[in-house]
Write a protein that binds this ligand. Structure first.
Ligand SMILES: *[C@@H]1O[C@H](CO)[C@@H](O)[C@H](O)[C@H]1NC(C)=O
Length: 335
């Protein structure tokens, strides 16, 4: 009696151990099915087809998914296919039932993507001024998944990048911002942004890119002369006073000299002769002004005058010395 009770306890303990071992083994062992391809990247609205393959004789195998083929077979290959995929979040799995064990399954990772409906560049303040800070917005409409990089370009130079890397699978709208300080050299610069989907090695190569239109900026800046004083000799033939300076909007010019009575407003003046002296030009636009002075000298005339005067003085000195020497000699000889 006691013996048989002990035997029963022993038997149940062994069977529990065996069933536990089988159970854990079943969980740990990889499900003996292979997916081909093992993961897919599909464009929304396009078709997809994946094979589930096994080499095990089974009781049943099939696909479980919220869309597509669900048929069950007792074969070694079954295909899941959708001709027009219109689901953002799908988790198909291939399962197999064999050896009278609970069915096991393998998930197929699916990325459903959609290129943006539009990528547009804009700025709140289109009238830009030198040294001020501005911001561009890049609006990306209806893109999925939320895994993409927004690249900013100035001309052909990539000036900034922003990466969005979220698990959101449904289409989103997103805005990337780019700040910059406007300088005079940026006047006419062309900016654009691009949205590049991050779909990995399984995605289309090269990855889909949608580019915005080009935004050409206008930067307003005051005139600023690099050289503010210019020396000009009257002996170099025609005299050109060039006051031209870059400015946006373009500068207007005014001239001043005590030798002039009429006003002049051109950026370049040319003369065949000009009285030596100072001539001042002022370039002005709505942001400020810049002045340049031209000093006209009769440089060579002065040089020759000095030389001739010097020679005359020297000759005079020589003559005086000769006279003095002569006088001395006369006196000496008298004594
Ligand atoms: C994104 O923007 C578009 C157009 O402005 C709008 O129709 C759509 O509902 C927006 N989507 C989301 C997820 O906000």
């Amino acid at each position: 009696m006691l013996n048989s009770l002990f035997g029963l306890v022993y038997l149940s303990a062994v069977s529990l151990l065996v069933s536990l071992t089988v159970c854990f083994a079943g969980i740990q062992a990889q499900c003996p099915v292979k997916l081909n391809p093992p993961r897919v990247v599909v464009e929304y609205g396009s078709s997809v087809s994946v094979d589930c393959i096994t080499n095990i004789t089974n009781d049943l195998m099939g696909w479980e998914a919220n869309v597509g083929n669900k048929s069950m077979v007792t074969d070694k290959l079954i295909t899941w296919s959708v001709s027009n995929l219109r689901q953002w979040d799908i988790r198909p799995q291939c399962y197999i039932n064999y050896n009278r064990m609970p069915p096991c399954s393998t998930f197929l990772p699916v990325t459903v993507y959609k290129t943006p409906d539009s990528v547009s560049i804009s700025t709140v303040e289109p009238l830009m001024k030198e040294y001020y800070q501005y911001e561009f917005h890049c609006d990306i409409v209806n893109v999925a998944p939320k895994k993409f990089t927004v690249k900013w370009f100035k001309g052909e130079t990539n000036v900034d990048n922003e990466t969005f890397n979220y698990t959101t699978k449904t289409p989103v709208n997103e805005t990337s911002k780019f700040q910059f300080t406007a300088y005079r050299d940026d006047d006419g610069a062309q900016y654009r942004c691009e949205a590049e989907l991050e779909l990995g090695a399984d995605g289309p190569q090269p990855p889909p890119i949608v580019t915005s239109k080009t935004y050409q900026i206008t930067v307003r800046y005051r005139p600023k002369h690099e050289v503010t004083i210019e020396l000009i000799s009257t002996n170099d033939g025609d005299i050109t006073l060039n006051c031209t300076v870059a400015a946006n909007p373009p500068a207007t010019y005014s001239w001043y000299s005590e030798h002039w009575t009429t006003s002049k407003n051109s950026s370049v003046l040319t003369f065949s002769t000009l009285t030596p002296g100072n001539y001042t030009c002022t370039a002005t636009n709505l942001l400020g002004q810049s002045t340049k002075m031209f000093i006209i000298t009769g440089e060579r005339t002065t040089f020759w005058t000095i030389l001739i005067c010097g020679l005359v003085a020297l000759a005079l000195l020589f003559a005086l010395y000769a006279i003095y020497k002569r006088c001395n000699f006369t006196q000496n000889s008298v004594i």
